[in-house]
Design a protein around this ligand. Structure first.
Ligand SMILES: Nc1ncnc2c1ncn2[C@@H]1O[C@H](COP(=O)(O)OP(=O)(O)OP(=O)(O)O)[C@@H](O)[C@H]1O
Length: 499
């Protein structure tokens, strides 16, 4: 199969065979062409040339509905849910009308599948109120509701907690043992190792290798993807903690709707020169905490302070002017505007401090800045005029991280910093965050990737049901301890009132 876009061959005569019941990994660095290949199989993208055989018969997939009819399902890297509809309504729209039945029984089937696979989600909730991780659960559940022969998963575990991801692997193994084939894209190579029977490696749109993951270590697979020159850093020196940069004291935020999490008595101090990592299962108040610090939510009580004074009621723009930068969890819906080019996307958050003089946009400057980010963060794009939606997921993530880090903020809040980026790029992002910390920035990282949190953080804690656990130096926190905090097992802490 081949597919070209202006200025880029996304897939160049790619051949792939998947047997019934086989779990087949597609590996490759960001922009290698993995999603394009999956989208062609599922009928979202029309191939320029090539042939597809399904159960030994040639097929031309008309579109996703046709693919589903044949017994394929796909969980996309970026969600394909209607935000204003409920979970059950979304699933009803996805399924073939004759498979829907009445809404009450569909609702019950969603609950049953959720229980069976440990993918708990309330069918009556509006999708807009779900966290990223919960939305991903809906995507997975809706595929499992149909009679499925091939399940395509484009980074399904990127935002799941380790326990959820482990559980999903068990589920997928069960599905495969019943004869369902699985195409699995993941940058988490230990998962590929644990789950997959075979792996095909793509590089710059071409198949460049294959392996049996069981017989290959994650670093062997990383080398197959990225080449021998790859040098990954696996630990970083501790930061030098400076003065308080941001402090939340006794902050409470009452929920704005029935599905938001009630943040209660949040006491959190971020100091210059340190990274604080927060673990937590999606939907435990992470979105609300980020919105609170960002200025999109106002505290009901308590105060938020920077060295210059109280900022709890100041605007988003005023906070950015003070040196706050934020990388949101969802790069498509919140982090960028898909139809704007990279220069314009750069301007969206950069304009508060740079690129606008006397009310006029300095396009030369803005473009140059976007070009610098592309270069520095190895973003695969032709240039600053590329529209955001033409970038692969990982490359857009690198661009958004670059956009925020390059503003040299005093305070950076980073939600899922390496969601969907390949191992090489994840390492580059980690190094940039550490460099920013060492320049004196205070950084808050929220992630469900515990390895990442242990690697980056100077202090660690967790959010559970809108409450914050104690924050301890990394050396004093075990994995088990963090797991207990994530499950809400901690006493209410007064000891973090730091000013
Ligand atoms: N609609 C589009 N218009 C223009 N270029 C596109 C489009 N979709 C994909 N591309 C380009 O095709 C190449 C392959 O993209 P693809 O999304 O398949 O990569 P990927 O391997 O899935 O990357 P990632 O791991 O980051 O998701 C990239 O260079 C991307 O910019």
């Amino acid at each position: 199969m081949s597919k070209s876009y202006p200025g880029c061959i996304a897939n160049d005569s790619v051949s792939l065979k998947v047997a019934p019941g086989e779990v087949h990994a597609i590996l490759g660095e960001n922009g290698a062409g993995k999603s394009t290949l999956m989208k062609m199989i599922y009928g979202v993208v029309k191939p320029d040339s090539g042939q597809m055989l399904w159960n030994n018969r040639e097929v031309v997939i008309e579109g996703p509905a046709h693919a589903r009819k044949l017994g394929m399902g796909m969980v996309f890297q970026h969600f394909s849910l209607f935000e204003t509809l409920t979970v059950v309504e979304n699933i009803a729209l996805y399924l073939d009308p004759q498979d829907v039945g009445d809404m009450a029984s569909l609702r019950q089937r969603i609950i049953d599948v959720g229980i069976e696979y440990g993918l708990d989600v309330n069918p009556d909730r509006c999708v807009a109120t779900l966290s990223v991780g919960e939305q991903q659960r809906v995507e997975i559940i809706r595929c499992l509701l149909q009679d499925i022969q091939l399940l395509i998963l484009d980074e399904p575990t990127a935002v799941l907690t380790p326990a959820e991801a482990e559980h999903l692997i068990v589920v997928l193994k069960q599905l495969a043992s019943k004869g369902c084939s699985i195409l699995f894209i993941s940058h988490k190579l230990h998962e590929v190792n644990a789950l997959c029977d075979r792996a095909t490696v793509l590089r710059a749109g071409k198949v460049t290798g294959s392996c049996v993951p069981r017989n290959s270590s994650p670093s062997d697979m990383a080398k197959l993807m990225l080449g021998d020159e790859l040098e990954l850093k696996h630990d970083f020196a501790a930061g030098k903690r400076g003065e308080m940069a941001l402090a939340l004291k006794g902050v409470e935020v009452e929920p704005s709707d029935t599905f938001s999490i009630h943040l209660r008595d949040i006491n959190l101090t971020l100091n210059a020169g340190e990274i604080v990592g927060l673990a937590g299962v999606a939907g435990n108040g992470q979105d609300e905490l980020v919105d609170l610090i960002n200025g999109e939510l106002t505290p009901t009580s308590g105060d938020i302070r920077v060295p210059l004074g109280e900022i709890g009621n100041t605007s988003v723009q005023a906070r950015r002017r003070m040196g706050l930068a934020v990388v949101p969890a969802d790069r498509i819906a919140r982090g960028s505007v898909a139809t704007m080019n990279l220069s314009e996307n750069n301007l969206l958050t950069g304009c508060v401090n740079h690129g606008v003089r006397g009310g006029l946009i300095d396009w030369k400057f803005v473009k140059q800045r976007a070009q610098d980010i592309i270069k520095r963060y190895a973003v695969k794009a032709i240039g600053p005029d590329d529209i955001a939606s033409s970038l692969s997921g990982g490359n857009l993530q690198k661009f958004i991280i670059g956009r925020e880090v390059e503003q040299s903020p005093n305070i950076l809040v980073c939600f899922h910093p390496t969601w969907g980026v390949d191992v090489g790029a994840a390492n580059l992002i980690h190094q940039q965050l550490i460099a920013l910390r060492d320049q004196g920035a205070a950084i808050l990282v929220l992630s469900e990737d515990l390895d990442e949190l242990f690697l980056l953080s100077d202090r660690l804690g967790a959010l559970c049901a809108g409450r914050l656990s104690p924050l301890e130096n990394k050396s004093k926190v075990s994995l088990e301890q963090l797991g207990q905090w994530m499950a809400g097992s901690f006493e209410h802490q007064e000891n973090q009132h730091a000013y």
